[in-house]
Design a protein around this ligand. Structure first.
Ligand SMILES: [Zn+2]
Ligand SMILES: [Zn+2]
Length: 362
């Protein structure tokens, strides 16, 4: 599942944000689906790569964890990629494709008196799925791979998502010549606008079917039980959400699949408390150790380490074990471990001990 975003954009790992942006614009123009040289899947790949590399925080995360986690965290989706370059939308006489703009500019259609109903079936992206996943404290600290079972729509295995009963004919729609769209002139407050509307004859698919698939009834998707392996990155905290791109519901009629969101719940540890990327815990030492000093073993997430207790250590003193905390998810390095010393005062003394303590007169 790891993708080489640097390769997709044709930039080097040390490329500056400016260079990355330039490379993205060039590739996005080249592959834009409306162009003769267009290639929708490459266009999406370029967009996906830019979502990550175009953001220095996500870039460093990607450098650290690869695309699995990055895909999970990248905000928005395909449509957001459009913000990276001018789409030429402006009033008056321009060609406006509401299939594409509908999602980006929610509700703008209303200004011109069009309803949002012009979206073709083909552009109905599959739904997103949200699941909760509970993991142990240690699994969150060190990262873990988990398998998630869920029921969701997948591409129909009878027609392979092409909607036709196998062996029956699929023909190009005669009304729109297979484009799925027809051009209409619409009068608006900004003057005449030439707009693309969905072909009524084929519902925007550009194809007509002699017989639709019997298993999915021409939807191209079926409900099925799926298992997905998820890599949880080391350092994830309670209530953080991982987004796994394209693992939501499959879209009808071959549309893009939705995303899978995994909300991670982390069980508490009975040894350690977490505070951001730091760990807190406490250890009891004896009155004698506190007064005279000692070298003790204390437990960290890396196992036992030695801690020097200086003579005269007071109860509630906190020692910082640098770098013994949790992996920082969005930058490098680790947090610290704060170890609180608690001095145990003996709760029962025998006669001799009492006598000796009195003589010490502390
Ligand atoms: Zn089917
Ligand atoms: Zn048509």
């Amino acid at each position: 599942m790891n993708k080489d975003y640097y390769n997709t954009l044709g930039v080097d790992k040390n490329a500056s944000q400016d260079e990355i942006k330039k490379a993205f614009r060039k590739k996005a123009h080249e592959y834009h689906p409306d162009k003769a040289s267009g290639d929708e899947s490459k266009f999406k790949e370029v967009n996906e790569a830019y979502q990550t590399l175009g953001n220095s925080q996500k870039k460093s995360q990607y450098d650290q964890f690869g695309s699995t986690f990055e895909q999970a965290q990248a905000g928005g989706g395909f449509a957001n990629g459009f913000s990276g370059f001018s789409n030429g939308f402006s009033g008056g006489g321009v060609k406006v494709d509401f299939d594409d703009l509908g999602e980006m500019f929610g509700g703008i259609g209303d200004i011109f008196g069009f309803s949002g109903g012009s979206k073709s079936r083909r552009s109905q992206r599959g739904g997103d799925i949200q699941v909760a996943l509970t993991i142990d404290f240690e699994e969150a600290v060190f990262g873990v791979e988990k398998e998630i079972s869920l029921q969701k729509h997948i591409v129909c295995d009878h027609c392979n998502g092409n909607l036709a009963e196998p062996g029956t004919k699929i023909e190009t729609c005669k009304t729109c010549n297979g484009t799925g769209r027809v051009t209409k002139i619409q009068r608006t407050i900004l003057g005449n606008m030439q707009m693309q509307a969905v072909c009524d004859a084929c519902g925007g698919e550009g194809k007509t079917y002699a017989q639709k698939c019997k298993k999915c009834h021409g939807k191209g998707i079926i409900l099925d039980d799926s298992k997905i392996k998820i890599k949880i990155p080391a350092g994830i905290d309670n209530n953080e959400t991982i987004r796994v791109s394209g693992h939501g519901e499959a879209g009808e009629g071959g549309a893009t699949a939705g995303d899978l969101y995994i909300k991670v719940q982390v069980r508490e540890s009975n040894k350690f408390q977490r505070d951001d990327y730091d760990i807190k815990s406490s250890v009891f030492i004896s009155f004698t150790q506190a007064a005279m000093g000692d070298n003790i073993n204390v437990e960290t997430i890396d196992g036992d380490v030695k801690l020097k207790i200086p003579a005269g250590t007071q109860s509630s003193t906190i020692f910082k074990l640098r770098g013994k905390g949790i992996n920082r998810l969005r930058s490098s390095g680790r947090g610290d471990h704060f170890m609180e010393i608690k001095v145990k005062i003996p709760d029962s003394l025998n006669r001799k001990q009492k006598q000796l303590l009195k003589e010490l007169n502390l």
